[in-house]
Design a binder for this molecule. Sequence first.
Ligand code: XLS
Ligand code: MG
Ligand code: MG
Length: 413
Amino acid sequence: MNPISENQQQALVSRLMQACGGSYSPATRRKYFISGPQWAAAYQGQALFHAPTRPELGFEAIIRKFGELGIGHWATHDTDVIPTDALGTDRQAEIVARIQAALKQNGVACSMVTTETFFHAVWAGGPAAEAAEVREYARFRVRNAVAMGHELGASYAVYWPGSLGYYVQGAIDETESLRWYADAINAACEHDIEVARAKNRNTLKHCLEAKPFEPQAEILLPTSDAMLAFIASGLLTHPQMVGLNPEYLHELMWGAAPRAALARALLAGKLFHFDVNDGYRLKHDVDIGVGLVNPLDWLNVLVLLRSHGYNGPFNLDYKPPRTTSQFGVFEVSFPTCVDRFITLWEMAGEVIADPIIKEATDALKRGGPVAGGHDADAIARANRELLTLHELIAHRLVQILLGLHRGRTFSIA
Ligand code: XLS
Ligand code: MG
Ligand code: MG
């Protein structure tokens, strides 16, 4: 086999992408509330055991690429774009002005800003550390991110607490840490109310994001359910402004059914924002592109969200694999990710409209005739044949996923 010379490789990748077909136009992609995070596109492939495999890109190049691809929204951590020592200074204002110009020029809107409270050494003891200075600094950071969000036209602020937890037991008092963390969220909401009033804008939707492990050994708010309890704990001064940003994989990581976790958030009226990606149960945060691992589960997640009118962002919080080159990040990774999402979303529409699923679901709800009373055997008998429809519905969902409902069959001659 002849080696493929370096200067022919991009052309090969592009030709095979073309051959795959099935991609949507940028105009179609823009119809969906999809956001691309700065950090996902800028990710260099590094990790604890991994050296970077591609150079970092700045926001100007990323926003331009998102605009070309039809990713209509952009999201960022404060320190993805503002060096830590420039936060809150005139340099921040200059950078924000450059971001505004890049967004405008490329027809991209900023949907969300998030505060990095995990990377810098100042967070070694977490964002709600014992030292009052750290906690005052955390309040400064979230207030500053809220102000930045308003400047950039965002509607959402996300908080992934990161290192709110511990490595070694007994060194912190969990109740104290949680109270201190609430102080930061309260500071963000209070500042938001002031800024929104001054700018005549709506306040932001403040979205808490849970992750069960990483980057601490033990996490104080490990799941979306724990976050719901935190919101309802009485510690927040503006709980109505605070909801959730569940991440698909973060729920899977602790062994949950993401769809059930989302359903609980929907019931509480707290599903504000959604980080979309994929990965494996009970493993670390591999942040694989949506639909590459669990397409059937994803289809079902989107059926739930479509049928309950979720209208928040779908934030592509994944990491292009380190085997993908920088060319590949925009040639393959982002467009295929967006297009799988759109396909699954449209398929979810097909599921909702499917006459077989509809009739089966209705029949299950009608149930069989029972004389009344509390005769357990009679009730079980009355529904026995109908309950087979559960499996039939599951089969139909797979048919829709595989396109078999359109008459495609396979047989060995
Ligand atoms: C990390 C989180 C992070 C948040 C934003 O695991 O997913 O990317 O979404 O800080
Ligand atoms: Mg996330
Ligand atoms: Mg993740």
